[in-house]
Design a protein around this ligand. Structure first.
Ligand SMILES: NC(=O)c1ccc[n+]([C@@H]2O[C@H](COP(=O)([O-])OP(=O)(O)OC[C@H]3O[C@@H](n4cnc5c(N)ncnc54)[C@H](OP(=O)(O)O)[C@@H]3O)[C@@H](O)[C@H]2O)c1
Length: 275
């Protein structure tokens, strides 16, 4: 009874691994870089690239359940290999899967829905709290955060809560065919998030609101393509209601309330303080 976790070294996957280990499950972690991982003792680490389904044989051998990501870091586009991955998983004996949604239904979601596998979709609709790590360098070096749309609303979610829901769905019954929309417990603006970090480090942080064009230019300089820029800017300029509407799913599924941003900051405060 091995559970395969894809994206195991990622923001959500590392927590899926942790919760499954805590629940006493046998866990196999998939990564393209097995030499550079730091998983809890007892986790089996295997190489596999989801864009190359033929590489997944050893990872899927003996697996009965899995946690699936639906994107690839290259370009952050949806994985185009959903059908092949799901076919191989079924042939290997996988019966149950959780699926981490990327914002749109892509080939993985479609293949899973058509597969006859017992599935649970996890749809974190707001941002992950871990995105605030993108501000760590400018907070440490200049005491500043620069973003557009300072009043944009977001019910950001702790990746641990997504991981906890995934582990619960994989290890308990009653989750088959469910689409879980997941949010954090409160609605915040960017300037509110900055104030929370400022309170935790005991230092004032300036919030500088970029214009939309400045934000686009910054993304271009980092190499983002125009389609990605349009998606990200559009999301922040005009977030969907589901991104700023708190829902109680985390607590309903896991039995614990969704974690606050203040808690996430307290767990990561070292990233915002100068050494
Ligand atoms: N960030 C947000 O605010 C947010 C909000 C809502 C939803 N989401 C969605 O949540 C998902 C996670 O996003 P994230 O930004 O937090 O990413 P992340 O977890 O940091 O993603 C990186 C993980 O994906 C794995 N991975 C990427 N391409 C792979 C491939 N070709 N084969 C095997 N593994 C591969 C990486 O494995 P390796 O160890 O091999 O590198 C790594 O574990 C995305 O679908 C995103 O759209 C994100």
């Amino acid at each position: 009874m091995t559970i395969l976790v894809t994206g195991a070294a990622g923001n959500v996957g590392r927590y899926v691994v942790d919760y499954l280990v805590q629940a006493g499950q046998r866990v196999r972690a998939l990564t393209r870089d097995p030499e550079n991982t730091n998983f809890p003792e007892g986790v089996e680490v295997v190489y596999g690239d989801l864009t190359v389904p033929a590489s997944l044989g050893p990872a899927l051998n003996g697996v009965t359940s899995m946690h699936l990501i639906t994107f690839t870091s290259e370009g952050y586009g949806p994985l185009q290999t959903g059908r092949e991955i799901v076919k191989l998983a079924k042939e290997a004996g996988v019966q149950k899967t959780t699926v981490l949604w990327s914002g749109t239904n892509g080939p993985v979601e479609q293949a899973v829905e058509d597969s006859g596998l017992e599935w649970t979709f996890l749809q974190p609709t707001p941002e992950f709290m871990s995105n605030a790590l993108l501000w760590a360098e400018s907070i440490r070096s200049e005491g500043v955060v620069r973003e557009p749309f300072g009043d944009s609303l977001d019910a950001m979610i702790h990746p641990a809560d997504v991981g906890s829901v995934a582990a619960t769905a994989l290890t308990t019954s009653g989750h088959a065919g469910k689409i879980y929309t997941l949010t954090g417990p409160e609605v915040l603006t960017i300037s509110g998030k900055v104030r929370t970090i400022s309170a935790a480090i005991g230092r004032h942080i300036d919030f500088v609101e970029l214009t939309e064009e400045q934000a686009r230019e910054r993304m271009r300089k980092k190499g983002a393509d125009e389609e990605t820029i349009d998606f990200v800017i559009g999301w922040h300029a005009n977030p969907p209601k589901s991104a700023y509407t708190v829902v109680p799913t985390v607590e309903q599924v896991t039995g614990h309330p969704a974690r606050t941003f203040a808690r996430w900051v307290s767990e990561h405060v070292q990233h915002f303080n100068n050494p």
